[in-house]
Design a protein around this ligand. Sequence first.
Ligand SMILES: Nc1nc2c(c(=O)[nH]1)N[C@H]1C(S)=C(S)[C@@H](COP(=O)(O)OP(=O)(O)OC[C@H]3O[C@@H](n4cnc5c(N)ncnc54)[C@H](O)[C@@H]3O)O[C@H]1N2
Ligand code: MOO
Ligand code: MG
Length: 399
Amino acid sequence: MITVEQAWHIIQNQTRDYGTEAVAFERSLGRILAEDILADRDMPPFDRVTMDGIAINYTDFAGGNRSFTIAGTQAAGDEPLRGSKPDHCVEIMTGAVLPEGFDTIIRYEDVLITGNHAEVIVENIRRGQNIHNKGKDKQQGDVVAAKGRVISPALISIIASVGKTNVLVKKFPKVVIISSGDELVEVDETPAIYQIRRSNNYTIKAILQQQGLQIDMVHIPDEPNVTRDEISRCLDNYDVILLSGGISMGKFDYIPQALEEVGVTKLFHKVRQRPGKPFWFGANDKGVLVFAFPGNPVATFMCVHRYFLPWLQDTLGLLTQKRYAVLAADFTFEPDLEYFLQVQTTMAPDGRTMATPLAGNGSGDFANLADTDAFLQLPADRTDFEAGEVFELFQFNRN
Ligand SMILES: Nc1nc2c(c(=O)[nH]1)N[C@H]1C(S)=C(S)[C@@H](COP(=O)(O)OP(=O)(O)OC[C@H]3O[C@@H](n4cnc5c(N)ncnc54)[C@H](O)[C@@H]3O)O[C@H]1N2
Ligand code: MOO
Ligand SMILES: [Mg+2]
């Protein structure tokens, strides 16, 4: 049986390029930028006043003058006043362009205005103070935001300020979730005593919605012909199929055989891990990928976070960093499998991320997932894990 790392490498070798698309910039939050955003003008585009007060020519002040005649007022958005004279000043507002002949702004707090005169009442004035100079942040044509970044609220302000109404982003793959199982009824149905409502498919959908993906859902019974037909139809209409359930050793686990019958080549089946050991992964000759996750809810959930989201991030060209956390309490796990230990994380005052184990009652205990926010990947070759040791962390339940 392959290890988690081997499984991940096989999946990583199947990243795809789904191209790019233009979207309205107001709808681009969270998408991956697929073009460099250039400054269309210098930033700031003019010498921008940063305090409400008066504009003077510093030479007048240096020559000993403290009382200035107010020659006019200039608000933000006004054209710059012209024709300055010695010992004149202009009342000026934050965001206004610096008028010709002036080079220094003194805030209202440091002047006394009487009639049309302004007297400067402080001595520590610097030439050029309170002005955000043209081009100081970026020059016209500079890359302000490089492609490959997630579009954050800060990037939205850059995109808006350079006047891009549409922005090029990475296209998402078309994804469908197929759940299976005769014991599963719809959410609005009342299950018989031996049935349950389906939930894995909604969880996967929600995880992908957090990434900005819209996805379709299909449910199939444990019946080989329907299983084959539905998978076949989805192979023709989607880039990625996510399955949940029907891949283990049960008499009615038809999925692996059906996948191979409809031309999906198995790249692996079973990984040395808990939960999620029966995980099946493959691709057809058109490049459609199939992630068939084990049906137990925690197994599906973990596999989506451990394999599918990293694949999606790689596919979209997103640079990601591994995360680590400190195990906060001793923990023992005996089987010769890598273990995805559910934890609650906290930030300690010394800056470390602490992970408190909350193992739950196995991979059917999805109630436990709501009380945890991450899992630690514990290696297979050991049994005892001690408080203070550091392991790789995979976060979920993020908002
Ligand atoms: N003889 C063996 N039996 C099992 C093994 C094994 O190695 N040998 N592995 C176990 C492990 S580990 C897992 S995980 C499960 C995987 O089972 P399947 O992928 O075949 O999934 P199902 O049998 O269809 O369902 C398992 C379990 O999950 C529930 N389920 C399935 N889909 C959903 C859904 N959409 N929403 C909510 N719950 C769902 C289902 O009702 C079952 O309770 O196999 C073990 N068996
Ligand atoms: O993968 Mo199974 O989830 O260990 O029950
Ligand atoms: Mg089964």
